[in-house]
Design a protein around this ligand. Structure first.
Ligand code: 2BA
Length: 109
């Protein structure tokens, strides 16, 4: 068995969860926060048989899109002045960040 950990954008999560549920996958949804943007994203835990991993990833690819996001970062203008000036940074946030890990043991009690 495998555990798929998928970090997706909040906007994509509701539809993705619906489709995965319709396809009989069990899901746990966690509200998470990206370390860089410090804004909300969604982490899904999906436990599946090994043979189903590719199908789940295919569904995630289909329903999660990459988007540009703008964030503000403080920058030290000069070392001598020591002044922090905020500047905007545009980043491309991926459709999904996916980890597939081995599950040593799975039990429901
Ligand atoms: P965040 O950490 O908020 O990152 C959002 C986007 O900002 C990233 O998109 C990337 O394009 C950019 N970014 C992240 N760190 C950066 C840095 N040090 N310098 C410049 N740009 C940076 P994605 O790579 O698609 O990641 C989306 C979200 O997936 C991340 O949100 C984070 O929550 C998660 N994530 C990505 N890689 C991860 C990893 N290796 N381990 C754990 N979580 C990860």
């Amino acid at each position: 068995m495998k555990l798929i950990i998928a970090i997706v954008q909040d906007e994509d999560a509701p539809k993705l969860i619906d489709v995965l549920m319709e396809n009989n996958y069990s899901i746990t949804k966690l509200a998470s926060t990206g370390g860089f943007l410090k804004s909300g994203n969604t982490t899904l835990l999906i436990g599946v048989e090994k043979e189903k991993v590719d199908e789940v990833i295919k569904i995630i690819k289909e329903f999660c899109q990459s988007r540009k996001q703008v964030t503000t970062s403080p920058s030290l203008t000069t070392v001598s002045s020591g002044v922090y000036v905020p500047y905007t940074v545009e980043v491309q946030v991926g459709g999904a960040t996916i980890f597939v890990v081995d599950v040593d043991r799975f039990e429901k009690i």
